[in-house]
Design a protein around this ligand. Structure first.
Ligand code: SAH
Length: 226
């Protein structure tokens, strides 16, 4: 199944907003750490509901803010959620970013990068469109160390790339990006039920759920264009 088919369905039944709610728990910290200066141009890859570009405009005074998504329905919903004329949503693929060389100051992506058809090509594209000194904030919950995420591929027909933290750093370097930092951002907002509630439908033990959210959380890798 193509990205378009899979995620058009998600957008149509409101899962764009559901993801926004869940991903915001850690994405808000990633966005707050981006060194966006007033008027700078930002790009969000796999924008979903577009919350990241809205937040970068509202809280960091970004200038032009683009959200790119392979699903026309996601891009359509995202367009409906804002009337900010500086925000623009585009339908496109990570493998061919529709931007000129050195034209973007900062790129963000949350829970989307690993759907890339060719993640190495996507990284080369990010390195190409970033201006020298521009940054790439790449946030994922699906990665090798997060053993609780491994089964997610079973529920989705788009092929997912499961790299380790080391593999992310190596791939960034291969694409010509310096790795400025990498860390795990805990999700402190997802409610974890009392011990007596376990096992739940989704979790065998409270320990596993604590590890998934409070310890592993979101893996953030930050690249800088030379
Ligand atoms: N960033 C949002 C959405 C995550 S879902 C959030 O945090 O909630 C992943 C999104 O990436 C989907 O909207 C999907 O359509 C998009 N996507 C996946 N692979 C893509 C690709 N190769 N090119 C463009 N968009 C892609």
């Amino acid at each position: 199944m193509s990205v378009r088919e899979e995620f058009d369905d998600w957008a149509a039944d409101g899962r764009d907003k559901g993801m926004e709610d869940r991903h915001w728990n850690t994405a808000k910290y990633v966005l707050a750490r981006m060194p966006v200066e007033e008027g700078e141009t930002v790009l969000d890859l796999g924008t979903g509901s577009g919350y990241a570009v809205r937040a970068l405009r509202d809280t960091q005074s970004a200038g032009r803010a683009y959200g790119l998504d392979g699903s026309p329905e996601m891009a359509r919903n995202a367009t409906d959620y804002t009337d900010d004329s500086q925000v623009g949503f585009l339908v496109g693929d990570f493998d061919h970013l529709p931007f000129a060389d050195d034209s973007i100051d900062h790129v963000f992506t949350m829970e989307a990068f690993y759907y890339a058809n060719d993640p190495h090509q996507t990284l080369r594209e990010v390195a190409r469109v970033l201006r020298p000194g521009g940054t790439f904030f790449c946030a994922v919950n699906y990665y090798d160390e997060n053993v609780h995420s491994h089964s997610w591929q079973d529920n989705i027909e788009v092929e997912m790339t499961r790299w380790s933290a080391d593999e992310y750093r190596e791939a960034f370097r291969d694409a010509g990006l310096y790795v400025a930092e990498q860390d795990n951002i805990p999700d402190r907002d997802t409610e974890i039920p009392d011990e007596s509630e376990f096992p739940t439908d989704s979790w065998d033990s409270r320990e596993d759920m604590v590890e998934r959210y409070r310890e592993f959380g979101t893996l953030l890798t930050v690249g800088v264009a030379p």
